[in-house]
Write a protein that binds this ligand. Structure first.
Ligand code: KDG
Length: 331
């Protein structure tokens, strides 16, 4: 099994019951989440040796976030503790046309307010196969944009593959800021989770077709270092029913999974991270591209059936779900 370092902010998530607005909620359910933390947990569930690098508040909430990671077998050796607070986000679900509303309360968190990169980077990446980070981390500040590039450079120097999930969050930064960052970061990336909208709105690639593989060819021309691109295509039927299908591009070939109908959606947050974690698992365990994209799509679908941000299934369970044929769309 492979050695992986995931890097980013882990946050407390407080969620109102389905159909209850945040302003009327009398109780909020507690989860822990973070794009890269969710990927770390997925990979640990698949048996990889995963470490999570972040900084949390040195208090009971920081300890709870650490406990969350450890309960899935993620090593927290590079998890620092210090002053500041644990970043928090609030979720409202199933109210109106917008299925999920997120309110961030993460300013001044121990992670967001770091004054310098506090890790010994050579040590962090020694013997590591893959370093994973997402576009949420550089969205936090100018300093985090610079540090994310430094982390990628150090990972490459140490001989690690760099995995990057675009994970564009419009409430954290503008498309221009994200696009500028991507131009600097993508030359260090080997595995890239990005879709058609990222190509058009962040990289400024002209909108010509609806076919994501055309955009992958163009992105590969700009960034020939990127070996694998992947993304999910979601067709929204209603706030609680979606179709989902994954696409993977590798070596000039596009592989598209069978589509699934997710009905009902229990919790959509983290579906993309479950997909990315499963793609990385496929790549790290030498699955062929066709198997990888089928596995990752099934893993992403399964995530929508459970509460909380992270994938709760191991490899055997994802494979059994794929065999069961339930939720697949036959056209
Ligand atoms: O991809 C899911 C993440 O968005 C969620 O876990 C919280 O990291 C998070 C964020 O910043 O939105």
């Amino acid at each position: 099994m492979a050695k992986v370092v995931c890097f980013g902010e882990i946050m407390l998530r407080l969620t109102a019951e389905m159909g209850v607005r945040l302003n009327q909620a009398e109780q909020l359910a507690v989860y822990y989440g973070g794009g890269e933390a969710n990927v770390a947990i997925s990979l640990a569930n698949y048996g990889h040796q995963v470490a999570y690098a972040s900084k949390v508040a040195d208090n009971a909430l920081g300890q709870a976030a650490e406990n969350h990671l450890r309960s899935y077998g993620v090593s927290t050796e590079p998890l620092l503790k210090g002053s500041g607070r644990l970043g928090t986000y609030y979720v409202e679900q199933g109210v109106g046309q917008k299925a999920t509303k997120v309110v961030y309360d993460r300013q001044g968190s121990a992670f967001a307010s770091m004054a310098e990169l506090e890790w010994a980077l050579l040590e962090l990446f020694a013997g590591v196969d893959v370093f994973h980070v997402s576009g949420i981390t550089p969205a936090l500040s100018e300093a985090w944009r610079e540090w994310t590039i430094q982390l990628m450079q150090a990972a490459k120097t140490a001989g690690c593959k760099v995995s990057f999930d675009s994970n564009y969050r419009q409430t954290l930064w503008s498309q221009e800021e994200a696009g500028k960052f991507l131009q600097t970061a993508l030359p260090y990336v080997d595995y890239c989770s990005a879709g058609r909208l990222d190509a058009i709105h962040l990289l400024g690639i002209e909108e010509t077709t609806a076919d994501v593989s055309d955009y992958y060819q163009l992105m590969h021309q700009r960034f020939p270092n990127i070996q694998v691109f992947f993304s999910t295509n979601r067709v929204v039927h209603s706030t609680s029913v979606n179709e989902l299908q994954g696409t993977l591009w590798s070596n000039g070939e596009t592989y598209t999974a069978k589509p699934y109908l997710i009905d009902p959606i229990v919790d959509r947050i983290g579906g993309g991270d479950a997909f990315t974690g499963a793609i990385l698992h496929g790549l790290l365990s030498q699955k062929v591209p066709h198997e990888t994209i089928e596995f990752a799509t099934a893993a992403a679908v399964l995530k929508h059936f459970v509460k909380g941000d992270c994938n709760q299934f191991n490899e055997a369970e994802v494979l059994a779900f794929m065999q069961s044929d339930s939720a697949k769309i036959h056209r």
